[in-house]
Every structure is written in structure tokens, then in C-alpha cells.
Write a protein that binds this ligand. Structure first.
Ligand code: 5AD
Ligand code: SF4
Length: 435
């Protein structure tokens, strides 16, 4: 069959879609680039916030009209897991629903699917380990490898533990094999992903140990990782980031709020002072470390003072960048039992304020790079202006600069000439400065 896979949500979903793609190619199907040329469309969905979920449901209703008559429509991912057999009622015309732990059933589901004969598979997996083993069919210069699945943290607002199940680490050997096969296909920069990589464990190998082993894969240029939960970012891991040359000095460390009361209600297991101390430790030990974060505004009970505490934390830390969200109630989570009492207009206003604050801070932080020389891994032509090259610093900042396209995949020294909140404009360090 010709299969089109459409993906919403986080890096983990992108990764899963690739795994699904390689599994289906292995089963003799081909992947196509749009719904109109497909015999089957698979939508990989996100339910982290209500808006993401609504968008997916809207798209499902629309997709049917874009597909040939008789084509199969399947839904996988977090909305599939969350809604299960309620999903076809929310979006009519769905032929199968397969949850986050059942992807191995996909080839069979495709074979057996006939229009109007609904199949739903959303049993959670109780296996303690998991092994994705996708055989990469194509790779890009920067790519992701999943090292663990699920989450056991139960932050009170978050649906992830319910839709992605218990935390499971993937065996070291299989992760290293996948990294090697990506490198063989041209990948230079690998991001190891998991909801909370700090709790990675395969026997005696912890996440720092995994980084050491990944560092030994020949041909790999850079190693990154996400996400770290502040409650268990160990000194051992911080030192591994400092000491392993290929591991980039960037830690994504979601803080969510700057107010102790809110952090407590969020079940984050750390307070403001602990977070600040952790950031100090990271900065003392890792020279030039970039620290990025996630922030939620408008959590139940968030007062003006609580919100100001988040703003003052942002000013104190000066994050390199942040993903910022307004709180969205997720059915079944602990916070859903709390009154969603911050008015929508206040949530929107607070979100605008944190976005503007972070934008200014990012710009100021980036400006400090003007005039310095940075190592940039070239990814290829810039999408916005294909006459320029696009790449990233070790701290994941986007840089555009002039140079030959055959530099793609290599690391070049770049002088940063002009910085904004979004991009750094640079020049190859060996190029003479324009007079
Ligand atoms: N509402 C708003 N933001 C949320 N996030 C997770 N759940 C919610 C929710 N219910 C945000 C958190 C998390 C990021 C991936 O998404 O900031 O770190
Ligand atoms: Fe959700 Fe918290 Fe787990 Fe992150 S650590 S996935 S926010 S429960």
C-alpha cells in the first residue's frame, strides 16, 4: 500500500513516525508525501494541550475529503491512546485507532483494515523494557534517537504518564546500533530523547554512562539530549556534559513556574531556590552552558504574586530560550480536579508577558555573542534565504551565513556579526570582513 504519515506534537512523535515508517517499508509498503496519493493515511497525534488535540480532531475531519475513496484512515499516538474507542465519535471516518504501545500491530492493522470495520488497540504495555529498533531508511544531519519511553513523574497538569505509560529504558546496545546506522547515512548530530533522560537505566548503565558510550561511536560529531527533570539532574551527568567533548553544553531544564506554591501544586518535587541552585551548579561546572526551559502560566490558583515570581525567576536566570504555554486542563490528571480559576484573558495576558520578557532576554543573551567566533554545524541552505547556509552552534542557536553548500555536514568556525532573538547572522571566520 501507499502510506502517508502525518505527524503532530513533540520530537518523540516525530521519532515514532519514523519508526512506523521504517516498519511499514519493511513490511513491503511505500511511503508517499500526501493524502491524495495514499491508500492509507496514518495520523500520529498529540494531546499535551487541549488546543493540540482539537487541531488534530479538526484535521481528521478534513483529511477524509483529501483522500481517495476507499482509502484507510488510521490514528495513532497520544490522542489515540487517550480517547481509544471514543475517538471515532469525535472524528468520524476513522478505520483504526492504535495506541502508543501497540505500533508493532500496524502492519497487521493495515493488511486487515477495510473501510467501516473499526479496529481499536490501546492496551498499555506492561513490559519493563522496550526496544524500538527502527531501521533508519533516511537520515538528516541532525537527528533524534529515543532512549526511553513513558514518564513516572505525574506532574499534576500533565497527560503524558497516562498516554505514554510507565517509564521504560531502551537497551544500550540497540541505541548505539541505531546511532551507528544514522551516522552511516550522514547524521552528525544526535539528540537522545526521553521524557526524563536523567532516569535512564539499563542495568548498571545510567544516562552519563550512555553518553560516554555514544561518544565512542565513530563519525558522530555532536551529542545532545532532552529533557532533564530538575529534580534529578545529577552532578555526575553535569560533569559528563562538561567532560565529554562531543556532548554539547546545553541543558533543557523545564522550570514550569517560579513560585513555590505553584511548583508544589504541580508536583514538581523542587522549589524555586533548589532550581536556582541547580542552575548555578550547571553554570559553574559547564562553561558557556546554554539553559533553556518550559514555562506554564495560569495554573490553577496562580496569583499575580506567583506570576511575578515566574517573571523574576526568568530575569534572574536569563534563559537562552523558553517554550511557554498557558495552562490547559487535561482530563484525568490531578490538576483537572482543581478549579481552573485563572480567567482565560488573564492567562493570555500572562502568556504575552512571559513571551515578551523571554524575547528580550534571548536577544540580550544572543547579542553578547556578537563579535565572537562559534563552531557551527552546517545543516544546509537556509529555508528562508536559500542563498545562505543554515547551521547551529553547540548551544543550539540558529546561525545563517554565506558559504558553499558543500559545507553541509561539516563544522565551521563562524564569526557572529549580528544577533536577534531568533537568529544569529554570521560570516565564515576565514572570510575577510567586508570593508
Ligand atoms: N497545559 C499547559 N502546558 C503543558 N505542558 C504539559 N502539560 C501541559 C498542560 N496541561 C507543557 C509543559 C511541558 C511541555 C512539554 O508542555 O511545560 O514541559
Ligand atoms: Fe509530563 Fe512531568 Fe513527565 Fe514532563 S516530567 S512528561 S511534564 S509528567
Amino acid at each position: 500500500m501507499r502510506v502517508y504519515i502525518e505527524t503532530y506534537g513533540c520530537q518523540m512523535n516525530d521519532y515514532d513516525s519514523r519508526m512506523i515508517g521504517s516498519m511499514l517499508v519493511g513490511a513491503g509498503h511505500t511511503l508517499v508525501r500526501g493524502p491524495s496519493e495514499a491508500d492509507a493515511v496514518i495520523v500520529n497525534t498529540c494531546s499535551v494541550r487541549e488546543r493540540a488535540e482539537r487541531r488534530v480532531l479538526g484535521r481528521l475531519r478534513h483529511l477524509r475529503g483529501l483522500m481517495p475513496d476507499g482509502a484507510i484512515l488510521g490514528v495513532v499516538g497520544c490522542v489515540a491512546q487517550r480517547l481509544g474507542d471514543r475517538l471515532p465519535r469525535a472524528a468520524r471516518g476513522v478505520d483504526f485507532v492504535i495506541g502508543t504501545d501497540q505500533y508493532y500491530r500496524l502492519p497487521d492493522a493495515l493488511e486487515g483494515a477495510t473501510r467501516g470495520n473499526l479496529r481499536v488497540e490501546v492496551e498499555p504495555c506492561h513490559d519493563q523494557s522496550y526496544d524500538a529498533r527502527p531501521a533508519p531508511v533516511e537520515a538528516s544531519i541532525c537527528d533524534f534517537v529515543s532512549v526511553m519511553r513513558g514518564c513516572d513523574n505525574y506532574c499534576s497538569y500533565c497527560v503524558v504518564p497516562y498516554v505514554r505509560g510507565r517509564e521504560r529504558s531502551r537497551p544500550v546496545g540497540s541505541i548505539l546500533e541505531e546511532i551507528s546506522s544514522l551516522v552511516a547515512l550522514g547524521t552528525r548530530d544526535v539528540t537522545l530523547i526521553g521524557q526524563n533522560v536523567n532516569s535512564y537505566a539499563d542495568g548498571a548503565v545510567d544516562f552519563a554512562g550512555l553518553l560516554e558510550r555514544a561518544d565512542a561511536v565513530p563519525g558522530l560529531g555532536r551529542i545532545r539530549f532532552a529533557t532533564s527533570h530538575p529534580k534529578d539532574l545529577s552532578n555526575r551527568l553535569i560533569d559528563a556534559v562538561r567532560d565529554i567533548e562531543r556532548v554539547c553544553e546545553h541543558v533543557h531544564l523545564p522550570v514550569q513556574s517560579g513560585a513555590d506554591r505553584v511548583l508544589e501544586a504541580m508536583n514538581r518535587s523542587y522549589g524555586r531556590e533548589e532550581y536556582l541552585a541547580l542552575v548555578r551548579r550547571v553554570r559553574e561546572r559547564i562553561e558557556g552552558a546554554a539553559i533553556t526551559t518550559d514555562i506554564i502560566v495560569g495554573f490553577p490558583g496562580e496569583s499575580e504574586d506567583d506570576f511575578r515570581a515566574t517573571l523574576s525567576l526568568m530575569e534572574e536566570i536569563r534563559f537562552d530560550s523558553a517554550f511557554m504555554f498557558r495552562y490547559s486542563v487535561r482530563e484525568g490528571t490531578r490538576a483537572a480536579a482543581l478549579p481552573d480559576d485563572v480567567p482565560e484573558a488573564t492567562k493570555i495576558a500572562r502568556l504575552e508577558t512571559v513571551i515578551a520578557t523571554q524575547r528580550r532576554i534571548t536577544e540580550e543573551v544572543n547579542r553578547e555573542l556578537e563579535g565572537t567566533v562559534r563552531e557551527v554545524l552546517v545543516e544546509g541552505p537556509s529555508e528562508k534565504n536559500p542563498a545562505l547556509l543554515f547551521g547551529r552552534t553547540r548551544t543550539a542557536k540558529a546561525v545563517v551565513f554565506g558559504g558553499p553548500t558543500d559545507l553541509a555536514g561539516s563544522v565551521v568556525a563562524t564569526t557572529i556579526e549580528k544577533a536577534s532573538a531568533w537568529t544569529l547572522r554570521g560570516r565564515l571566520a576565514d572570510d575577510p570582513a567586508p570593508s
